[in-house]
Design a protein around this ligand. Structure first.
Ligand SMILES: C[S@@+](CC[C@H](N)C(=O)[O-])C[C@H]1O[C@@H](n2cnc3c(N)ncnc32)[C@H](O)[C@@H]1O
Length: 346
């Protein structure tokens, strides 16, 4: 097995998993049998140009990207509303060229990390989450974050979980170093019930413990790739309201909005990421900003549920309906396929 075969195989596996495909499904889409896919992923095959082309078509990425040796970045938290399932469609609908990238509701950041732009502004209302992103910009913080996470993994138990969970009720919590707050958030995210980040009306994280006896809180390789990415690129990280985060966007820039979803009637939809619930008024405020940015010549893409309300708010723009698999919902029967829209002004 050669190094290049191994690197190529890892890349195919990574992209396949990211797109939620089984080896059987990938084999079906590219017309290659499954045992051969398995060998390719293990780096045991010297693939032909024809195979590379078939794989890139099935994985919906450019052939050159499939051959790129740099690692694809992944979210470091499982976030409600994560866009991993929609990555290929978001890529299809993004503008061909743009200058700076803005993502004002970054959450787990699956699209941003997959895109890995050279100049970007990312933002979220959730300050714990932003502490974590900021750690990747700082050599010392990232080392301390890893140590703190290993400590949480070693101490993990139900009792320990509730002890860490209640830290935000202690005075001075918001003055703790960013790596401590980030480690707490990541640990709770990886060990809580259903991987769901939810705070109560007072702003406290209130999700019960999951059943895991052992938790793995981070992937060392991904953390190192993230550190490398944030070190080598010009990324501004903000912790505020979405409107403020797009103030500096000008013509030719690209803004992607992935706000908390508009509620689908009769579905126990999830909108409580931070203590301000994102209701109809907030959706209206966002639609007004969408129009303002459009008038400024900014490329804008937005995803949301396919509701009558959203269709009405964005009437006149390009509304593409797509199917998405919902991964997180507090009720098991809320899982399944849901229609989403990707709305563009270009
Ligand atoms: C749908 S999630 C984003 C999902 C993310 N793009 C992903 O792929 O994982 C929405 C995010 O908006 C944030 N949020 C809610 N209200 C906000 C506001 N007014 N301004 C900025 N961010 C807000 C939440 O904290 C949450 O992380």
């Amino acid at each position: 097995m050669t190094m290049i075969q191994q690197v190529f195989g890892n890349k195919v596996r990574e992209l396949r998993i990211q797109q939620g495909l089984s080896q059987d499904e990938l084999a079906f889409y590219c017309g290659i049998d499954r045992p051969q896919i398995s060998k390719i992923e293990q780096g045991k095959v010297n693939v032909t140009l024809d195979t590379i082309e078939r794989l890139s078509q099935a994985l919906k990425i450019k052939t050159s990207l499939l051959l790129d040796e740099t690692k694809t970045l992944h979210p470091f938290v499982k976030w409600a509303g994560g866009k991993t399932q929609l990555l290929d469609r978001l890529h299809n609908f993004m503008p061909n060229e743009f200058n700076n990238y803005f993502e004002p509701f970054i959450g787990g950041g699956s699209f941003f990390l997959n895109l890995a732009p050279a100049k970007a502004t990312i933002n979220d209302f959730n300050s714990e989450l932003i502490c974590a992103y900021k750690c990747f910009q700082d050599d010392e913080a990232i080392i301390l974050l890893k140590e703190e996470l290993k400590r949480h993994e070693a101490n993990h138990s139900e009792e320990y979980y509730y002890k860490i969970r209640s830290m935000d009720k202690e005075e001075g919590f918001f003055k703790l170093p960013i790596y401590v707050r980030a480690a707490r958030m990541i640990y709770l995210n990886k060990s809580c019930f259903n991987g769901l980040y939810r705070v109560n009306s007072k702003g406290f994280f209130n999700v019960p413990s999951g059943r895991k006896k052992k938790v793995v809180t981070f992937d060392e390789e991904n953390f190192d790739s993230l550190r490398e990415y944030f070190r080598n690129n010009d990324i501004t990280i903000l912790n505020g309201d979405f409107e403020e985060a797009t103030k500096s966007a000008i013509a030719g820039d690209f803004v992607y909005f992935d706000p908390p979803y508009d509620v689908i009637e009769n579905k126990n939809s999830f909108t409580s990421y931070a203590k301000n619930d994102f209701g109809k008024d907030e959706q209206i405020r966002l639609a007004m900003l969408y129009k303002k940015l459009s008038a400024r010549g900014v490329f804008v893409m937005l995803s949301n549920h396919n509701t009558a309300f959203i269709n009405e708010l964005y009437k006149g723009f390009n509304i593409h309906v797509v199917n998405a698999k919902r991964m997180i919902n507090s009720k098991a029967d809320g899982r399944g396929d849901v229609e989403e829209v990707i709305i563009t002004n270009y």
